[in-house]
Design a protein around this ligand. Structure first.
Ligand SMILES: Nc1ncnc2c1ncn2[C@@H]1O[C@H](COP(=O)(O)OP(=O)(O)OP(=O)(O)O)[C@@H](O)[C@H]1O
Ligand SMILES: [Mg+2]
Length: 386
């Protein structure tokens, strides 16, 4: 970084006597001076000298001062070097051209000694600030790069841990399932506790699968296994899987009577998890005695199937309609009768999975206490590569 008394000044003039004069004037400032006798020579010297200030004569044979100035101000590495144009021409037009070429200042010949020193000092001070800012910026860029690398390592570790949690959890679920097979051997209290454990384990498993799914989609590593699937059949499967939750919560679960068979081009496993997530949310947010209904309809205009999960529960205020699809976003919690989800990941997963199919997902709700209608679309024909 240049300090004021060691600053390098490049003097560009085709006349040796002018160069000598400038050098003599600058002696009192104890600058390091360099000389170039033409525009071409100046341009050649720039990268080697790396000056902090250039005194540039305008009229020179070959490349004139205006053109040298323009070239230097266009290049990233040299644009911050302050340039003082030295002109014998005092007319306004030439001064304007100097400014238009990007010169930072100009002096008219014959150059006044103290004026030169004052201007050089002030431009060198500005250059020092520029250099400091540049150095700081590159330090920040370096630190950012290190942080990005650390973040990557951290994400990799977190991902590995989440992945490794899946196996023991599946074993616990298997063991609980086995114990519950011998229901008659268990007291009602034990059975209740076992079922609650199983529920929590399924919630945890859902969270793990959502996190892994989100991670894979964010990394662009998720490969969709697209096949023609019967949506009505898929909904029935998801409803069966959610039945226990609904009974326990005393919520009526039903599907539209007029559900015609619809075939969609989807990754069956992913879309089933989307439906399961929406059902699980709807059941959780619907008070005892409420209803959760699934409807499907075909949109012939854009050849998509819409699936709606409608509940008579707490509903959502309009300001939360978009937000709930963000990761870790949970709203309206701690209301009476509303239990916490595992972590605000379900809808973020649903959004990514639906959008990966080229579909859309959104919620309609008149407001809190008015029920919610979460709906998404999937294409009838493949729009994405499997
Ligand atoms: N049917 C619904 N009615 C009212 N609010 C809902 C409904 N579904 C979701 N929400 C709101 O959206 C938030 C985000 O839902 P999301 O499924 O992403 O997370 P979660 O259910 O809290 O946790 P997770 O799904 O990870 O177990 C919920 O916490 C809840 O505030
Ligand atoms: Mg959820």
């Amino acid at each position: 970084m240049p300090t004021l008394n060691k600053s390098k000044i490049l003097i560009v003039d085709d006349e040796i006597k002018n160069i000598r004069l400038f050098k003599a004037m600058l002696i009192s400032g104890s600058y390091q001076t360099f000389e170039a006798f033409s525009g071409e020579q100046a341009l050649e010297m720039i990268s080697g000298v790396n000056p902090d200030l250039i005194l540039l004569d305008v009229i020179m044979p070959g490349i004139n001062g205006f053109d040298v100035c323009r070239k230097l101000k266009l290049a990233d590495e040299t644009k911050v070097i302050p340039i003082v144009m030295i002109t014998a021409l005092s007319e306004k037009a030439h001064r304007l051209e100097a400014l238009e070429a990007g010169a930072d200042d100009f002096l008219s010949k014959p150059v006044d000694h103290s004026e030169l020193l004052v201007r050089a000092k002030s431009l060198l001070r500005i250059k020092t600030y520029h250099d400091e800012i540049r150095a700081r910026n590159s330090e920040i860029a370096e630190q950012n790069e290190k942080l990005r690398e650390l973040q990557k390592i951290k994400e990799g570790l977190t991902h590995m841990i989440i992945h490794d949690l899946n196996n023991p959890l599946s074993s616990i679920i298997g063991a609980l399932d086995l114990i519950l097979l011998k229901e008659s051997a268990l007291s009602q209290k034990t059975r209740g506790s076992m079922n609650a454990c199983l529920d929590y384990c399924h919630d945890l498993k859902n969270m793990i699968l959502s996190l892994l799914g989100i991670h894979r989609m964010e990394e662009g590593k998720l490969e969709l296994n697209i096949e023609g699937s019967d949506i009505t059949e898929l909904i029935m499967e998801a409803m069966q899987q959610s039945e226990f939750k609904a009974i326990k919560s005393q919520v009526r679960l039903s599907a539209n009577d007029s559900n015609a068979p619809h075939t969609a081009a989807i990754d069956r496993g992913l879309i089933k998890r989307v439906i399961l997530n929406l059902l699980s949310n709807a059941i959780r947010h619907t008070p005892i005695g409420g209803n959760v209904k699934i409807k499907t309809d075909l949109n012939t205009t854009d050849e998509s199937i819409r699936i709606q999960v409608v509940d008579t529960g707490n509903g959502l205020a309009p300001e939360h309609h978009k937000k709930v699809f963000d990761k870790f976003e949970q709203v309206g919690l701690n209301q009476e009768g509303v239990t916490l989800g595992s972590g605000g990941l379900g809808l973020a997963f649903c959004k990514m999975a639906v959008e990966a199919h080229g579909g859309k997902i959104w919620v309609e709700s008149e407001g809190e206490g008015q029920g919610a209608n979460f709906q998404f679309t999937v294409p009838v024909k493949t729009t994405v590569k499997g």
